[in-house]
Design a protein around this ligand. Structure first.
Ligand code: IMP
Length: 444
């Protein structure tokens, strides 16, 4: 049995924590897209692990894999590995030969492009980590793969081809005074050192074969970002440059579609909506409510520290995510954060051009014209959430259960886990497909 965990919204739904929970019964945890734009936080016994590239399952001692769909910032990767080792963990991690390298010039160009866009309000609000430019190079076939880094001659040839182009763009288009980030020799030396470390650690593999050879392993595919940030299925152009939806798990690792679809596809849902970056968000709180709520919820970006935008739970958007990903279940977290509100609403449908629609439209213009139609819910007060979590689902206040059951019914899928606080112990697990049952092997 495998499980694929997918963000249902704009990222920051708590995928790291749910991956940690579901990976208890897994052997391997695989990231299949994104890079160090992600920020996955796992809390164990009050100790926090903030991971941006290393798959969340390694905190439980599971094998971590970065698939070909990832873009890899090697400095971040090694810093994370070192820091996990300093904390007494022994992470076992493998990186796809086919994944692409994020170079310093990608970061500079990402930030330059965002600054240039600021003037006409089309800025995406990227994390500034060079993710878009790295994927753009991959798509236009001038990216450099991790596998190519291992051979010094290939690395030099590729850098000699690509760096002058990057330098020309930086200087001519963005008026940047270029330095080491655009210098072939400096880059060659630095990435040669990284490649030596990759070889020493012996962690570069063909991920597709690696996973195929472990056919009895239980795998968790750990999505980063979320459905609404998907390059194809999100609200373009306010998206990231990869496919955080379930199909990405196939393309981004080289497993067969059945490997994903025979398992569970679990949508990670937060009890309200949040996003960093630009783009429409029909259920967004007004400024004053947002400021109060943000403080209460601690909604600041893990990677950038930027205040997150917040709003009511949005069912049209969740129905869309359920369809696009084929969710077989969801998790619902941050229920404790909603305690003590004066009112509690869920957007059930949008009104667009006088029509009622119950799923997301395709363009940001349409989306920004959507008028949310709300259902009101009974609010709940604060509780000893850890004690309630220990006692299980039935111990939760009736109002919390009514809220959760409404969401589950509307989406037509069960809730496998509920979060009432950040740690493992604040998670009520209703069902964990990886620890509870294994699917029989397919007849061939
Ligand atoms: P990029 O991925 O850095 O290019 O940013 C593109 C968009 O995705 C921006 O709106 C970012 O704020 C958003 N984004 C990227 N990664 C994450 C994440 O892990 N959580 C939430 N938003 C993200």
């Amino acid at each position: 049995m495998n499980a694929t965990l997918i963000g249902s919204g704009f990222g920051d739904e708590g995928k790291g924590r749910m991956t940690d929970i579901f990976s208890a019964g897994a052997d391997i945890v695989v990231r299949f897209q994104g890079g160090n734009n992600a920020g996955h936080t796992i809390t164990v016994d009050g100790e926090e692990y903030a991971l941006r590239l290393v798959p969340s399952g390694v905190v439980r001692g599971k094998t971590g894999v970065l698939g070909n769909g990832c873009v890899v910032n090697l400095e971040t990767l090694f810093t994370e590995l070192d820091s996990l080792r300093d904390r007494g963990l022994n992470p076992e991690i493998y990186v796809s030969k086919r994944s692409h390298v994020v170079f310093p010039y990608h970061r500079v160009l990402d930030q330059a492009e965002e600054t240039a866009k600021d003037d006409d309000a089309t800025a995406v609000g990227t994390t500034g980590n060079g993710i878009g430019p790295a994927y753009a190079d991959k798509t236009s076939r001038r990216g450099i793969r991790i596998g190519e880094l291992l051979d010094p001659e290939t690395l030099r040839t590729r850098l000699e081809h690509v760096v002058p182009q990057k330098r020309a763009v930086a200087e001519a288009v963005f008026d940047i005074e270029t330095g080491d980030e655009f210098d072939v020799e400096t880059l060659f030396e630095r990435f040669r050192t990284y490649s030596q470390r990759l070889k020493r650690e012996d962690i570069v593999v063909d991920v597709s074969s690696f996973l195929a050879q472990r056919e009895d392993a239980a795998i968790v595919f750990e999505g980063a970002q979320g459905t609404q940030l998907d390059l194809d299925h999100g609200i373009y152009p306010f998206v990231t440059s990869s496919n955080p939806t379930a199909g990405g798990a196939i393309v981004g690792t080289g497993v067969s579609p059945q490997t994903v679809s025979d398992g569970e596809i679990i949508g990670v849902v937060k009890a309200y909506l949040s996003r960093v970056g630009s783009g429409p968000m029909p259920t967004e709180f007004d400024e004053e409510d947002a400021a109060d709520f943000r403080e209460q919820a601690g909604e600041f970006g893990t990677v950038t520290g930027r205040p997150r935008r917040t709003g009511w739970l949005d069912l049209p958007l969740l129905r869309y995510a359920t369809r696009v990903n084929g969710f077989t279940a969801i998790t619902l977290s941050h229920l404790d954060v909603l305690a003590g509100l004066d009112e509690l609403r869920v957007c059930d449908a949008y009104e667009l051009d006088g029509e009622c629609i119950d799923t997301a439209p395709t363009s940001p213009d349409e989306w920004s014209q959507c008028e949310p139609q709300y259902e009101e819910f009974e609010t709940w007060g604060d509780h000893d959430w850890l004690a309630l979590a220990e006692d299980g689902y039935e111990a939760l206040p009736e109002e919390v259960r009514a809220y959760a059951e409404y969401v589950s019914n509307e989406l037509g899928v069960p809730i496998y886990a509920l979060g009432v606080g950040p740690g493992r112990e604040a998670t009520i697990i209703q069902e964990n497909p990886l620890t509870q049952r294994r699917t029989p092997k397919r007849e061939t």
